[in-house]
Ligand binder design. Structure first.
Ligand code: XMP
Length: 511
């Protein structure tokens, strides 16, 4: 299978490069810069991409590759640090940019030499995304200048004979106009890729490598019913069938019908599906607790305990599988960010189970790729396109203490809201929408009588990364319909409000 190798020098957009290459229909793998040259060569790449990175090539311990790589006759595209490294290793000179010269950050107007293979067919001018503090003072022999900006004469360099290309900007980010076209040119015109790689190929390769890795071993996975763990479960079920045991802890704080839906979706595989009904345990632990962080901690701890008990019944396993996806990898990698909410995920379990190794079959995939893989594996659409749902479930959507009665009230109200949104087709425009049971009661009048019931809040947001979000301008008609239905159908609610705060300053969830 034709493949592109992406050599990772630690830049923040590296996985995005992989994603772009795959979007262009070419399989690629990301390898750390420490991978031995022999290993890379044995993979027979049709081309390599050197990523960006935070270092400076002229420093003694800067990440490097074996210069032997340049003798293989394999085309290389160096991006930012990768470009500077190539220049440095091939005899050019890279220096810190002087104050007012070629240090560039952000959107920069760039002028392309469109006779260069990389830029062929593009307009001669476009905006590119720069982020570099170093400057190529001298380009290596054999290289020509292929693009420039107002501040920098060598924004791109090319040795068309050896098929080595370097760009100081980031073609992989959306801010770079024509960036994907450049990557496509590299793949198809320079590396002569045939393309045609699809998610089906990815699925088959992943299944084959899981089978090879796991052999006859036993695998355990904590299934939450969310997209990631569900797709990981389906992939493993397809790969190793009955060697897989999925433990689905139903903490009683799921949405309406959710537990049954998850169970139903996995009934077609010959794996072991353990559904633990732990509603009473969780509610008992949560009784009287209203502080949000405390609720989260209790649920997280109890989850581990339940899982541990189930795992003990299963006995030692060889592999613990997790539905880690690439954004999780980035998030846990930074470490410096302030804790706004302690997110409870199915991760963080390894301490309590005996196992040899962790498998994370989705580690390389972005969310939309995970969904695509789920479809490829035949998971139902309601699971695959499911909106995010916090690990602690409805507990963080019931403000104040959690009881079964409140959970039931919220479950039904939330179901009606989601049902009406979908009926309206408005779900296509929203990234997350749900109901929150506020801890506020107010006076109402129903029939001829006074009521003193709960206020329900509706929340609907649009967002691309869930780090920031805007409150959604959903139609008044829809709001009215939802309000009428909920007040009529759900006992215990007599007032509905719509949350019109964005994130920041609010968060998406209320707790
Ligand atoms: P916030 O409320 O912080 O949420 O704006 C951002 C996104 O994360 C989801 N969320 C969670 N997801 N475990 C999860 O897996 C959690 O504990 C958790 N808390 C919030 C939230 O639904 C939103 O999509």
């Amino acid at each position: 299978m034709e493949k592109i190798l992406i050599i990772d020098f630690g830049g923040q957009y590296n996985q995005l490069i992989a994603r772009r290459v795959r979007e262009c229909g070419v399989y690629c793998e990301v390898k750390p810069w420490t991978a031995p040259a022999a290993e890379l060569k044995a993979m027979e790449p049709i081309g390599m991409i050197f990523t960006g990175g935070p270092d400076s090539v002229y420093l003694a311990d800067a990440p490097k590759v074996d210069a032997e790589i340049f003798t293989w006759g394999v085309p290389i595209l160096g991006i930012c640090y990768g470009c500077q490294l190539m220049a440095h290793l091939l005899g050019g000179e890279v220096t810190p940019a002087q104050e007012d010269s070629a240090r560039e950050y952000g959107k920069t107007v760039t002028y392309y030499n469109t006779s260069c293979e990389l830029f062929q067919g593009l307009p001669q001018e476009g905006v590119s995304w720069m982020s570099h503090g170093d400057y190529m003072a001298r380009v290596p022999e054999g290289f020509a200048l292929a693009a420039h900006s107002d501040a920098c004469p060598n924004v791109a360099i090319a040795d068309e004979h050896r098929r080595f290309y370097g760009v100081q900007f980031h073609p992989e980010v959306n801010h770079t106009e024509y960036g994907t076209e450049m990557i496509r040119s590299f793949l198809y015109h320079i590396c002569h890729a045939h393309g045609g790689w699809t998610m089906e190929d990815y699925k088959n390769t992943a299944i084959a490598s899981l089978r090879e890795k796991i052999g006859a071993g036993k695998v355990l996975l904590a299934l939450s019913g969310g997209v990631d763990s569900s797709v990981a479960a389906a992939l493993l079920a397809e790969a190793v069938g009955s060697q897989l045991t999925c433990v689905f802890v139903d903490h009683g704080l799921m949405r309406l019908k959710e537990g049954d839906e998850v169970e139903e979706a996995f009934s077609k595989w010959a794996m072991n599906f353990v559904r633990v009904d732990a509603e009473n345990r969780f509610l008992l632990k949560l009784a009287g607790v209203s502080e949000p962080e405390r609720k989260r901690k209790i649920i997280g701890e109890e989850f581990v305990r339940v899982f541990e008990e189930e795992a003990k019944k299963i006995g030692a396993v060889d592999y613990l599988a997790q539905g880690t996806i690439y954004p999780d990898v980035i998030e846990s990698g930074t470490g410096a960010a302030a804790v706004i909410k302690s997110h409870h995920n199915v991760g963080g379990l390894p301490d309590c189970v005996e196992f040899k190794e962790i498998v994370e079959p989705l580690r390389m995939l972005f969310k939309d790729e995970v969904r695509q893989l789920g479809r490829e594996l035949g998971l139902p659409e309601y699971l695959v396109s499911r909106q995010p749902f916090p690990g602690p479930g409805l507990a963080v959507r019931i403000i104040g203490d959690v009881t079964k009665e409140k959970a039931d009230v919220l479950r039904l109200a939330d179901f009606i809201f989601r049902d009406e949104v979908a009926r309206y087709g408005e779900d296509q425009n929203l990234n997350q929408f749900f109901a929150v049971l506020t801890n506020t009661r107010s006076v109402g009048v129903m029939g001829d009588g006074r009521t003193y019931d709960y206020t329900l809040a509706l929340r609907a947001v649009t967002t691309s990364d869930f780090m920031t979000a805007s409150w959604a301008r959903i139609p008044y008609d829809l709001l009215e319909r939802v309000s009428t239905r909920i007040v009529n159908e759900v006992k215990g609610i007599n007032r509905i409000v719509y949350d019109i705060t964005s994130k920041p300053p609010a968060t998406i969830e209320w707790e």
